[in-house]
Design a protein around this ligand. Structure first.
Ligand SMILES: Nc1ncnc2c1ncn2[C@@H]1O[C@H](COP(=O)(O)OP(=O)(O)OP(=O)(O)O)[C@@H](O)[C@H]1O
Ligand SMILES: [Mg+2]
Length: 348
């Protein structure tokens, strides 16, 4: 368990810049999720931390130890890092027990430690004698995690560890993995392109864009107060409306709305107002403070529904409401809509 500190990390492949002076600090014992679209450099970042790639510039510290820097490249096997690769491949010819114990070959308490790890990732003890092909995808992922945690690494790196699992299994394995990481007290960096995964697992989430971290915050702040409109759309669905801000409020087609505390609350003049679809509520048509809107279409998701709406006096605006109740309106119906809670404004 150790703090991870990355400064000015730069990596090019064949002249093309992938990481561009990236800075990142992960406090000891924390799980940080790095979120970014496919191809943005997530695997590259983990491979640089693990030592499988060499940086072109910048430094990486694990605890007090400099493991990468100008003229210095500590070998991967000496960095004491547990790495769960994007394809978390187990050794197919070794049993589960032998896979988990692979990095513990010289330890006298190996069998006891393997037993502890099997329990930590929530599998029955008799799985130790099975082979990987006798396990489901989710069970294999848990074994791969147990193997990464076995030598009590200072740092654990996880590369999209759940992307191969179906939705139901994914949530169960996420919970087990998050619990196992906390129990091990490990400092961990997980990368993913899945927003829900980032929000539900990370103590903090850092968004990687164009080779740098563009926002690093706790999940709630990142979702409620994204730093710019592009981020707002990347971490969730966003309704963006033109408006005018003054004295901590923004006037737009849906009313004069209070701004969330923070730098954005000081916005003045022309702005883009960001509202989350679940903030838009249906009211009775004509209710005080509401605006009339016509239902364009409805997408039903089971636990909720997304309703696209059009305002008669501003038909060009794209407004989506996420509704949780049982009463979902029909296309063509006229409803009243109002915004609940605070909104964010970006200088236009
Ligand atoms: N060894 C390499 N040689 C040349 N280019 C590479 C190499 N490894 C990665 N790249 C390029 O660097 C960029 C970042 O790749 P990387 O694998 O880090 O992305 P990623 O964010 O992990 O994507 P995904 O979500 O699809 O796994 C891509 O454009 C990729 O083609
Ligand atoms: Mg990748």
């Amino acid at each position: 368990m150790a703090e991870l500190r990355i400064a000015d990390l730069t990596k090019r492949f064949a002249g093309k810049i992938v990481l561009d002076g990236l800075d990142l600090v992960v406090p000891s014992g924390e799980l940080l999720v790095v979120l970014g679209p496919s191809g943005c450099g997530k695997t590259t970042l983990l491979r640089l931390i693990a030592g499988f790639e060499r940086a072109d510039a910048g430094t990486i510290h694990i605890g007090d130890e400099l493991v990468a820097g100008p003229g210095l490249h500590e070998l991967p096997e000496r960095r004491r890092i547990g790495y769960l690769a994007q394809e978390g491949a187990l050794f197919p010819h070794l049993t589960v027990g032998a896979n988990i114990g692979f990095g513990l070959r010289r330890r006298p308490d190996r069998d006891r430690r393997v037993g502890e790890l099997i329990a930590m990732v929530g599998l029955p003890q008799d799985y130790a004698r099975r082979y990987p092909h006798q396990l489901s995808g989710g069970e294999q992922q848990r074994v791969a995690l147990a193997r990464a945690l076995a030598p009590a690494p200072r740092l654990v790196l996880l590369d999209e560890p759940f992307s191969a699992l179906d939705a139901a299994l994914r949530q169960a394995v996420r919970d087990t993995v998050a619990a196992a990481l906390r129990q091990a007290g490990a400092t961990a960096v997980m990368v993913t392109h899945d927003q829900a995964e980032a929000f539900s697992m990370g103590d903090h989430v850092a968004v990687l864009r164009a080779g740098r971290i563009v926002q690093h915050a706790d999940p709630v702040s990142l979702y409620r107060r994204p730093a710019d409109p592009v981020l707002a759309r990347f971490v969730g669905e966003a309704v963006l409306l033109p408006g005018t801000a003054a004295a901590g409020r923004a006037a737009c087609a849906l009313g004069t709305l209070p701004l969330a505390a923070g730098a954005e609350a000081e916005a003045e003049g022309p702005v883009e107002v960001m509202i989350r679809p679940e903030q838009i509520r249906l009211t009775l048509p004509g209710a005080t403070g509401s605006r009339p809107a016509e239902v364009q279409d409805v997408t039903f998701y089971g636990h909720d529904a997304v309703v696209r709406l059009r305002l008669p006096d501003a038909p060009g605006l794209d407004i989506a409401a996420r509704l949780f109740g049982l009463d979902v309106p029909r296309p063509g119906q006229t409803v009243g809509i109002a915004v609940a809670g605070e909104v964010v404004a970006y200088p236009a």
